[in-house]
Design a protein around this ligand. Structure first.
Ligand code: F6R
Ligand code: MG
Ligand code: MG
Length: 365
């Protein structure tokens, strides 16, 4: 049996109204184009959205970074861009930063999370998709899932998990990476991932090198050299039988964590877990939201999805997120609601400063 690859590739190619949600016509087109590849390039596929981001979930046997799979995703986004332009949807084609495909969608705008593995007797997989935030938003959750015994009881009481996990961290500014073995290196890991605008967890592995989690890590502003919205990351997490249980993977989302993004990609706000029916950005273009679809993988077929946050168990965190949103919104344009100056460099603030530059004068002695 060949190994199975899961590729989750996403882009914002236009939405309505404003940056709030993807239009059904785009979802239909994308689903149709992927279904045409069933039994050819792909084994199976599922198309959905989180806010204004079009999410392509694909399974195949081509491995990660496969040129044909990436080209297919690119073609889907291009065709959907055409529809978005014909309807004058907002931000049509906004994440398509290149004119033509060049071998891999990474670096061209779309976000990518992929993993290849040999299927076990039963393989539950959870796919997380976010809007109005940045890739580092996953850091807190991946740490809790794979390194915090107060979250994941299996780290303490399941013999197959007691060895811990290995975290691959990328430095998005210096384009370098490092591996941390946990639990013995959790303090070093936290020293970096506590700064999620720069350091992001790309992969998590078992101590035997088996893939456990993969995330998308592109930062659009670093690719484009200008503000083009937030990156709105995706993440794939394997679960059960030596990996954290489904409930252990979901548990950290009961904490209302503040993330960077929200209005104009320039504000901290609570990261709210929601069912698909609530994955539409409204209040102040948010608040930042995350959906989670659960599947069983069966010879590459996607059995599911189950809409994991569409559950009363997450009602309280949603209420707390709304309370936090009220509190932090009352600060208006003041930090720490507004991002730090360093982060604002990657928004539209430099353009405002340019206008005012000539009016600054030295303070008299
Ligand atoms: C955030 C986002 C929106 C826009 C905002 C202004 O990632 O996409 O909050 O930044 O709606 O959009 P423009 O500048 O297109 O009017
Ligand atoms: Mg957008
Ligand atoms: Mg978005």
């Amino acid at each position: 049996m060949p190994k199975t690859t899961i590729s989750v590739i996403k882009a914002d190619v236009g939405s309505f109204p404003g940056h709030s949600r993807t239009h059904p016509k785009l979802l239909e087109k994308a689903a149709k184009m992927l279904k045409e590849q069933r039994g050819k390039l792909l084994i199976d596929s599922f198309v959905t959205h989180c806010g204004d981001d079009l999410e392509l979930i694909m399974t195949h046997t081509q491995g990660v970074d496969n040129i044909n799979v990436h080209r297919l995703a690119w073609d889907v986004f291009m065709e959907c861009t055409k529809i978005a332009k014909s309807m004058k949807l907002y931000g049509a084609g906004q994440d398509m930063l290149a004119d033509a495909f060049s071998g891999n969608v990474k670096g061209l705008g779309p976000g990518v999370a992929e993993m290849e593995f040999e299927e076990r007797a039963s393989d539950p997989v959870l796919i997380f998709m976010a809007d109005k935030t940045e890739p580092g938003a996953w850091n807190f959750f991946l740490y809790k899932i794979f390194a915090d015994p107060f979250n994941t009881s299996g780290l303490v009481i399941d013999p197959s998990m007691r060895k811990g996990f290995v975290f691959e961290v990328h430095d998005l500014m210096e384009k370098r990476m490092i591996m941390f073995k946990c639990p013995e290196e959790i303090y070093s890991l936290l020293a970096y991932i506590g700064a999620p605008s720069r350091y992001v967890i790309k992969h998590v592995f078992t101590r035997d090198g088996e893939i456990a989690a993969a995330s998308s890590t592109q930062r659009l502003s670093l690719i484009a050299g200008r503000y083009v919205g937030k990156d709105d990351p995706v993440m794939i997490v394997r679960s059960q039988s030596g990996f954290p249980a489904v409930g252990e993977v979901l548990e950290p989302f009961c904490t209302p964590v503040l993330v960077a993004g929200w209005m104009r990609g320039s504000h901290h706000g609570p990261f709210m877990p929601v069912g698909l029916c609530d994955a539409n950005m409204t209040r102040f273009d948010g608040p930042p939201r995350v959906i989670c679809f659960g599947f069983q993988i069966c010879n590459g077929e996607l059995i599911g999805p189950a809409d994991m946050f569409d559950d009363v168990g997450f009602d309280r965190v949603r209420t707390r997120c709304n309370e936090l949103a009220d509190i932090i919104r009352s600060q208006g344009p003041f930090e720490p609601h507004r991002l730090s100056l360093e982060e604002m460099e990657y928004t539209t603030l430099p353009a405002v400063e340019k206008d005012l530059m000539a009016r600054w004068a030295p303070i008299p002695e």
